[in-house]
Design a protein around this ligand. Structure first.
Ligand SMILES: C[S@@+](CC[C@H](N)C(=O)[O-])C[C@H]1O[C@@H](n2cnc3c(N)ncnc32)[C@H](O)[C@@H]1O
Length: 458
């Protein structure tokens, strides 16, 4: 059975009586969230980070509660009723999320910011409620969408191997709420399946539901069919309990808590397109995790919303890069599949997915384990000078002008009067200032009135 390893050093872990895993080599101990190992290179800081995101999610729900609390008297009856129902649903949702994430509150008082924490910190846009739709798709919208994906992936896998899986070790990176891990585990019956995700809410739900628990979680469809579907009390449950060899782990796919050469199959379902790392560094990690001859199964979109153009690979580029980094691509498929089709929503997605099956070569694992560096050294080391780059210089000027404009807002001045002051201060001609002030105030107004705190990230 593949043992979990220290995410910093790959050293073996020992289990303590209280359930914590300890890496003697790195002198570090890792908490467990209701039996799910929380294996981050800097676990204290990661736990604190996720707690902050948990509190931010509750604050977002509180905003929705406030926005629906007192419907205006002149609203039509139907709209008033909808807001009242929404308010009741948000009250319930708050309690559901608070209870589900309660395990994040237990445990030690953890380290605040350390330089390592800054290095390993997740991008700000990964909230606990990102991918909330995936939870309902996985465990309550019916089996069809999940069945199609699983059948497609099992068929693709058969291009690389026809031998039984009963002695195989499988890993899913970015498993979400866990349904694909559950379905592959049930369908292939491997020795063991590890389902890894960075998001504790998704891990906690996947862990509990796949073991046979029924949980309730309110769904807020993106485009509700009608009044009754604006907020729906849903029950999350698995078709039947999985065996105990399906295991969840909360960790960073960029510092996976496994030793080199552990897995026969690694699946990356809808991960490469959202993970904040270059595909090349992901390939290095995948190569390291797999045994020689092991299979990497890539599924989903190739490039979705990556900020850096060089990382938005086409399918052909991904296949060529895989070849260069120690894989032989044995199958490529483009197939249209349903994606996040809530029965209560008018919005139904169909995705032309790209599936690639690649076999790892026999070469030794590439490179050494390094921690993902998500921020520059001068933020990590507080003694280093902060570089005055061209981009910072432009931002400094913009921020100064914006701060000055904000200081002119006193509830009395008009845009025209503010523009005149900017001209008097020789910051810009009045005509230009009017346009600049309007543009800036429009952004400020929109940010203040269209906060999409509960929106699904994708
Ligand atoms: C688009 S969702 C796909 C979820 C699931 N595989 C599915 O198909 O429904 C991407 C998933 O990757 C996870 N993820 C993103 N970056 C990660 C990282 N660095 N380590 C682990 N998981 C990550 C997210 O939390 C999310 O669950």
């Amino acid at each position: 059975m593949p043992a979990l390893a220290c995410p910093r050093s790959e050293a073996p872990l020992n289990k303590q009586a209280d359930g914590r895993l300890v890496s003697a080599e790195a002198q570090i101990s890792f908490p467990s969230l209701e039996g799910i190992p929380f294996l981050w290179p800097e676990p204290g800081a990661a736990l604190l980070d996720w707690r902050n995101r948990y509190n931010a999610a509750l604050a977002d729900i509180e905003q929705q509660l406030a926005a629906t609390a007192t419907p205006a008297a002149d609203l039509p009856d139907l709209s008033r009723r909808r807001l009242q129902d929404l308010n009741a649903a948000y009250t319930r949702y708050y309690e559901e999320i608070d209870a589900l994430l309660a395990p994040l509150r237990v445990g030690d008082a953890l380290a605040t910011e350390t330089h390592l924490a800054l290095k390993t910190r997740l991008p700000a846009h990964h909230g606990v409620l990102s991918y909330a739709q995936n939870i309902h798709r996985d465990w309550c919208w019916g089996d069809e969408e999940n069945r199609q994906v699983c059948a497609h992936l099992i068929s693709a896998l058969s291009e690389a191997t026809t031998s039984p899986f009963d002695d195989k070790e499988i890993l899913l990176l970015g498993c979400g709420a866990g349904r694909l891990a559950y379905d592959l585990h049930t369908g292939l019956q491997p020795q063991q399946t590890w389902a890894l995700d960075s998001n504790p809410l998704l891990c906690l739900i996947g862990h509990r539901v796949s073991r046979g628990e029924a949980l309730t979680l309110t769904e807020f469809p993106l485009a509700p069919l009608d009044h009754d579907q604006v907020a729906i009390e849903r029950t999350l449950c698995a078709p039947s309990p999985s065996n105990e060899n399906l295991k969840f782990v909360c960790a960073d796919a960029l510092s996976p808590p496994f030793a080199a050469g552990t897995f026969d199959v690694v699946v990356t379902p809808w991960l490469l397109d959202v993970i904040d790392a270059s595909v090349s560094s992901c390939l290095q990690i995948l190569h390291r995790l797999l045994k020689p001859g092991g299979i990497w199964l890539q599924h989903g979109s190739v490039a979705f919303d990556g900020a850096r153009p060089e990382n938005r690979l086409t399918a052909t580029e991904l296949a060529a890069l895989s070849d260069r980094q120690g894989f032989q691509v044995v199958d490529q498929r483009n197939i249209q599949l349903p994606y996040l089709q809530s029965p209560a929503s008018r919005q139904h997605r169909l995705e032309l997915t790209y599936t690639q099956v690649a076999v790892r070569d026999d070469a030794p694992a590439q490179g050494t384990r390094t921690l993902p560096q998500r921020l520059p050294d001068w933020i990590i080391d507080v003694k280093q000078p902060v570089p005055l780059s061209q981009a910072f210089q432009t931002q400094i000027t913009t921020v100064r002008v914006h701060a000055f404009i904000m200081s002119l807002i006193d509830g009395k001045r008009s845009v025209k009067e503010m523009a005149k002051i900017l001209e008097e201060q020789r910051l810009m001609p009045a005509q230009q200032a009017e346009q600049a002030i309007r543009g800036f105030l429009t952004t400020m107004y929109e940010e203040a009135t269209h906060k999409d705190g509960l929106a699904n990230a994708r």
